[in-house]
Design a protein around this ligand. Structure first.
Ligand SMILES: Cc1cc2nc3c(=O)[nH]c(=O)nc-3n(C[C@H](O)[C@H](O)[C@H](O)COP(=O)(O)OP(=O)(O)OC[C@H]3O[C@@H](n4cnc5c(N)ncnc54)[C@H](O)[C@@H]3O)c2cc1C
Length: 399
């Protein structure tokens, strides 16, 4: 029982908790040992199917496409309850559910929506996102991967993508390409779904300092995509990409690496740190931010579930969330002194993971500075950044 729950929410929480107690019994927290990657993906697909069959996957999706037709509050409650378990999942599931399917449903044909929605919901299709390139990150519209239409209508793709998270375990990709270099850079882009088993794709892992390889470089050499896999009109890829990015930003959260005010207060209860007035002010401020993010996210997810577009304001969720996560994690490590950086305190490990994830979130899906630019220009109507290349045909820009 949560004190803030209405009777309906409490009933839903009880239902979710009962269901999880049986369905997720094998995934007790803390985990016994980390899964090897391929095993994680196998279990993640199976868990997604279990959830879909139990009526808890796609809680916000309409019932006619296999979802629950539920409320944002129910989705939050289920996330909270699920979080008590060590559930096998990852971006191979969330890119499909939160980014690919919403984009395809918004910009694709009914046949395309049908083709990809249900298999993704059931964990049968995993996804990656092929947007970023060596010279196109913050300035995504600078991308160079070329798609040329052939006589039979199919497309020939050549180029290189980078930072492609979990591409090595993806069945499909959402891919942004340049189809017309003779027009301004945002105008000549086209969006595709790519079957990752298509000949001509080379996936090269990027080794991280941690020893893991979550990202890849993806090389596309004479890769053929049928025209049936084009999402939206030729030249309208930028609008599709914005739908993907806004959905990603609105859904931003920490998952395993989350750290909230309630957890920090619980861990520090009875210590001098909590009696300090300056600490109380900080915690109260972060708590206010948490409430604001939750309410705003609910508003955005309601819009998304009705198929309405999200505006640039979706960036606010990621911007506020990532910053708060990093700040509160730094605070938790600071107040614990030596324990906070090198000790065995239970808070230390969580704070360290949250700090690192906060740093990641401040870049992935659009860096802080870019999101601030978008909010100031498109939401607040402030003067735009100088973009000298905006109206110049892409093929006349200096490399
Ligand atoms: C964990 C993680 C996962 C990712 N996964 C994927 C993925 O699956 N698929 C994918 O396509 N991409 C992925 N990315 C890439 C991500 O989208 C880019 O890293 C991001 O858009 C920033 O681009 P960049 O790395 O090229 O940095 P740059 O664009 O080179 O930016 C470097 C710095 O300069 C600043 N800067 C740049 N332009 C401006 C400006 N106009 N005004 C002010 N400051 C500016 C930026 O804010 C940043 O601090 C991932 C990134 C991370 C960190």
């Amino acid at each position: 029982m949560h004190f803030e729950d209405t009777p309906e929410e409490a009933a839903f929480r009880a239902e979710a908790r009962d269901w999880l107690a049986k369905a997720a019994a094998a995934y007790a927290n803390p985990p016994t040992a980390p899964w090897e990657e391929a095993e994680l993906v196998r279990l993640g697909r199976a868990w997604q199917r279990t959830k879909a069959e139990g009526g808890f996957a796609g809680i916000l999706w309409p019932q006619e496409i296999g979802g629950r037709g539920g409320t944002p509050m129910q989705a939050s409650i289920f996330d909270e309850e699920e979080h008590a378990y060590n559930i096998p999942t990852g971006v191979f599931i969330t890119i499909g559910m939160n980014m690919a399917v919403p984009t395809i449903r918004r910009h694709g044909t009914p046949e395309q929506a049908e083709r990809y929605t249900r298999p993704t919901l059931l964990g049968e299709m995993t996804w990656c996102q092929l947007f970023s390139e060596p010279a196109a990150g913050s300035d995504l519209a600078n991308l160079r991967t070329k798609a040329a239409q052939r006589q039979d209508g199919s497309w020939l793709i050549n180029g290189q993508k980078v930072w492609s998270s979990w591409a090595h375990h993806a069945d499909y990709a959402i891919l942004l390409t340049r189809t017309d270099p003779s027009v301004a850079k945002h105008k000549g882009l086209t969006f595709f779904v790519l079957d990752m088993k298509t000949p001509g794709i080379t996936i090269r892992p990027i080794r991280q300092i941690s020893g893991k390889s979550d990202f890849n470089e993806v090389f596309l050499e004479n890769v053929v995509i049928p025209d049936a896999n084009r999402i939206g009109k030729v030249g309208e890829g930028w609008a599709c990409a914005m739908t993907t990015l806004m959905s990603e930003r609105a859904g931003s959260r920490g998952g395993e690496s989350d750290l909230d005010v309630a957890t920090v207060i619980e861990a520090l209860r009875g210590t001098d740190a909590l009696a300090d007035g300056a600490a109380q002010v900080k915690l109260a401020r972060w708590w206010t931010v948490e409430q604001g993010i939750q309410n705003f996210r609910h508003r955005l997810t309601t819009r998304m579930s009705k198929g309405e577009p999200l505006g640039a304001e979706a960036a606010l969720v990621k911007l506020a969330y990532a910053r708060k996560l990093q700040d509160i994690a730094a605070f938790a490590m600071d107040v614990e002194g030596y324990e906070g950086v090198a000790g065995d305190s239970p808070l230390r490990e969580q704070a360290e993971a949250a700090y690192q994830w906060g740093a990641v979130m401040r870049i992935a899906g659009g860096a802080d500075e870019i999101l601030k630019n978008q909010l100031s220009e498109r939401v607040l109507g402030m003067p735009g950044e100088i973009r000298a290349d905006k109206d110049i045909p892409f093929d006349q820009l200096e490399a």
